[in-house]
Ligand binder design. Structure first.
Ligand code: FE
Length: 223
């Protein structure tokens, strides 16, 4: 044992602990670190080109999601016959716009009405219609959302800033790899003169998952 185990002058154990805690709280999440480690290994072994990964992420973030979903919703809002086809057979109707992908091969569109609000979750993992909504938000994959969306959907919606009237029924849809869901939000009042493109600009990703209800008030709750 060292003769003199006294801390150096000016040493503040509390301060050091605080700094330590601060550094830890800014580390990426465990899953993010795991993904990074996996990516590093795949790249090191020459199995994956990092440029390919970047291109895929960019395509799903910038070009596909949630723009394609918003275009589907906007078309349904403007064209009642298209809406009927979309509700009857979503994959066929989405294919009309050329957006059919693996994640839309088995997709059901659920319509919000004055009486019903729909909320989508995947309680098992993170099944999501990524071919029209892009990359799922981090909270969609979080255990807290997956369990509480079923147990306490109104509580979860309130945390997203959506206080639903008690008269509105909440339908929670549990996605699987075989069947995914897309919420069809209601067209806002006063948007009769908007073009399909302008309407698509109002459709948020969260409104198509069901954590948002009113179009044009895009309340984002990432994280
Ligand atoms: Fe899943």
């Amino acid at each position: 044992m060292a003769k003199d185990s006294k801390p150096a002058p000016g040493f503040d154990a509390g301060k050091v602990a605080e700094i330590h805690q601060h550094l830890h709280s800014h580390l990426p999440s465990e899953s993010a670190l795991r993904v990074k480690a996996l990516e590093t290994l795949l790249v090191d072994k020459g199995l994956v080109n990092p440029k390919t990964i970047d291109a895929w992420v960019e395509a799903y973030t910038e070009e596909i999601g949630p723009k394609r979903g918003a275009m589907v919703v906007a078309k349904a809002c403007c064209d009642p016959e298209y809406m009927a086809r979309l509700l009857r057979d979503a994959p066929a109707a989405i294919d009309e716009l050329g957006f059919l992908g693996k994640a839309t091969a088995h997709l059901k569109v659920v319509e919000n009405t004055d009486e019903v609000h729909n909320l989508v979750v995947c309680t098992l993992c993170s099944c999501y219609p990524f071919s029209i909504l892009g990359i799922a938000p981090p909270w969609y994959k979080a255990a807290a959302y997956r369990s509480r969306a079923v147990r306490d959907p109104r509580g979860v919606l309130a945390e997203f800033g959506l206080d639903l009237d008690v008269d509105i029924e909440v339908h929670v849809w549990d996605s699987t790899a075989e069947l995914r869901y897309l919420v069809l939000p209601q067209r806002p009042e006063g948007t009769e003169d908007l073009s399909e493109e302008e309407l698509a600009g109002l459709v948020s990703r969260n409104s198509m998952i069901g954590t948002d209800r009113e179009l044009g008030e895009n309340i984002e709750a990432d994280g």
